[in-house]
Design a protein around this ligand. Sequence first.
Ligand code: FAD
Ligand code: UDP
Length: 382
Amino acid sequence: MFNYIIVGAGLAGCVMAERIVTVLDEKVLLIEKRNHVGGNCYDYYDKNGILVHKYGPHIFHTNLENVWTYLSQFTDWYNYQHHVLGFIDGEKVPIPFNLNTLHELLPENLAGSLEDKLIKKFGFNTKIPILKLKKSEDEDLKFLADFIYEKVFLNYTKKQWGVKPEELDPSVTERVPIYISKDNRYFQDKYQGLPLHGYHQMFQKMLENPNIKIMLNTNFKELIKVENNEIYFENKKFQGKLIFTGQIDELFNYEYGELPYRSLKFKSETLNKEYFQETGTVNYPNNYNYTRITEFKHLTGQKHEKTSIIREYPKPYNKNKDIPYYPIPKKEYNQLYKKYLEKASKINNLSLVGRLAEYKYYNMDIVTNEALSKFKRVTNER
Ligand code: FAD
Ligand code: UDP
């Protein structure tokens, strides 16, 4: 009955479903274990009527014009530019660390001379990863790198990942490089914003086609199994294509062992005041057990007499009770992932898409782009 089955109704699964029904005019079965579509991007109006993101703040940003154009078919955008402050030495200063942060945290003479050195060495408007700056031979730049490392990166990363920055792939801290600029925005991408009426409405629009059958509250294990490189659906050999966006280790019953993930606990609160903090997010690298507090009204532009905030408490992942929010970018885990990938490559009607199935620390735009290109590959194969 279905030529396509998709596991997971997150961004990856929704893009694939939309493309298959719109372009190929085929029927799709979309299986999702949560009670809603949208995966970790899901948002909803809380009991006070404030639009909040259930699984932490999601800010859309991209330089990929094709991704922006594609998603814009399903939503208009609230023009939002994300600003983050870091609570450091009792002050709230711009993050990523930039020239303004430098002047706010260090005495003026020292900050001035360090600014000159940074511009001379790297140029104005450039971005330098902290682990690269730490390798500076110049004594003053080395001092600055150690200062930023201690104040911004070390404790935040230990809280978030349970290890020091050097123990992870450098791409993790490269996401928030030192910015030799006075631009206080968190992202500089060409396209930035939040879906005007929320992510959930965008997903509903993507899926509003009668050829998509959605099964919520359903673990794929109830319907699908993989045996001897064949896929079985309701105990019959499945001849169509399975697009899998869940955890690859789960698909193969943890045959080579569990892939590690980091999880989070979220604590939400609604306050009886119009605003709680100055910006969308405030990071707390060195204080408290949480990493950051986000206030949604800054992100969405919603006007309301009350305000809702969310705190993120990182924690180890336990497969029986936690959501695997982050794959852990580390060489040895990538090697384990590759073993699963090799196994998957032997199943010719299986396609893996998304943050979990590809075990990559992807942002939303990259997941969308991956799904769009995988869709093209699926089409060409037919
Ligand atoms: P998911 O959203 O994880 O979707 C996978 C789906 O598969 C889920 O719905 C899951 O329930 C389902 N599933 C899993 N196992 C099974 C099973 N056994 N049976 C049935 N269904 C199953 N990106 C940005 O670009 N900007 C941001 O600001 C941003 N902020 C983030 C903040 C946080 C706290 C986190 C965790 C992520 C953030 N991201 C952000 C990343 C973004 O969430 C991901 O890029 C995106 O959600 C990935 O989509 P996906 O479909 O690959 O995965
Ligand atoms: N990071 C940090 N201090 C900060 C912000 C980020 O140490 O104030 C590091 C930390 O390791 C974090 C990574 O940079 O996990 C990526 O940060 P980002 O804000 O991109 O994380 P995400 O929004 O994906 O959780």
